[in-house]
Ligand binder design. Structure first.
Ligand SMILES: N[C@@H](CCC(=O)N[C@@H](CS)C(=O)NCC(=O)O)C(=O)O
Length: 240
């Protein structure tokens, strides 16, 4: 039975972190909301008053009867099954810690364009978004990227991957973060690769993987857009 991925149609969003793992592994999966009546099926589950173990928000994954929610938790579940988690049990918790840090970072990326309220339009919080983005560019990108760079450099198994000696779901998520930042803040990230060479090399290594290459060239990989987490609003980027 294929895995069922539930996520909003029309954007990469947080669902993309899960898609990259399923695609790299060549797993059998269905992107439910992109199929006919898929959105209705997803909303039915989200709003259900009778189903057990309902999720709060997408993305969530259905594996048979089991529903797993939250990106980091989904990857913690899928990683070992798809050969994309460390083999060492203890290192799986290290990978989970890294993924949860990525979750925190993604929430901060979201808050650059929605600093006041998720429910308000971007246009209604533009001034606050400018202030938030300026601080994000100045302090948070360097702090998080500097941290992930050190994680790579200080990996006792070598700096090719974030944890252990092989590719894991964390590496795929770091690829997505690198891509997303460059899309959202092209001016501020002009020199990202120079400042964080290990991360840049990891990004290129992931991008060159055959299944990822195939996926990125396919129609399943939607372009970044201004409905997702990583949005490009020129006025939020660093001044030219
Ligand atoms: N911590 C969750 C966050 C999930 C989340 O915020 N999902 C968004 C879409 S990317 C959503 O639909 N949120 C609805 C809401 O917060 O009301 C995760 O990492 O999966």
């Amino acid at each position: 039975m294929p895995y069922e991925l539930y996520y909003w149609d029309g954007l990469q969003g947080r669902g993309e972190f899960v898609r990259l793992v399923l695609e790299e592994a060549g797993a059998d999966y269905v992107d439910i909301a992109r199929g006919s009546n898929g959105m209705a099926a997803m909303m039915k589950l989200l709003k259900s008053k009778t189903e057990p173990n309902i999720p709060f928000a997408p993305p969530f994954l259905k594996d048979g009867e089991l529903i797993v929610s939250h990106v980091a938790n989904i990857l913690f579940y899928l990683g070992p099954k798809l050969g994309l988690a460390p083999k060492d049990e203890a290192l799986r918790f290290v990978a989970n810690g890294l993924q949860l840090t990525i979750t925190d970072f993604v929430a901060e990326v979201h808050d650059t364009h929605h600093p006041l309220a998720t429910e308000l339009y971007y246009e209604d919080q533009k001034e606050a978004a400018k202030q938030r983005s300026q601080a994000f560019i100045e302090h948070r990108i360097p702090k998080f990227m500097g941290y992930f760079e050190r994680v790579l450099e200080q990996n006792p198994h070598g700096s090719k991957y974030a944890v252990g000696g092989d590719l894991t779901y964390v590496d795929l998520s770091l690829f997505q973060v690198f891509e997303g930042l460059r899309y959202a803040f092209p001016r501020a990230t002009r020199t990202l690769g120079e400042h964080y060479p290990a991360l840049a090399a990891l990004h290129d290594r992931v991008e060159a993987r055959p299944n990822i290459r195939k996926y990125l060239a396919s129609g399943r990989r939607l372009d970044f857009n201004e409905s997702g987490i990583f949005r490009h609003y020129p006025e939020l980027d660093q001044d030219a």
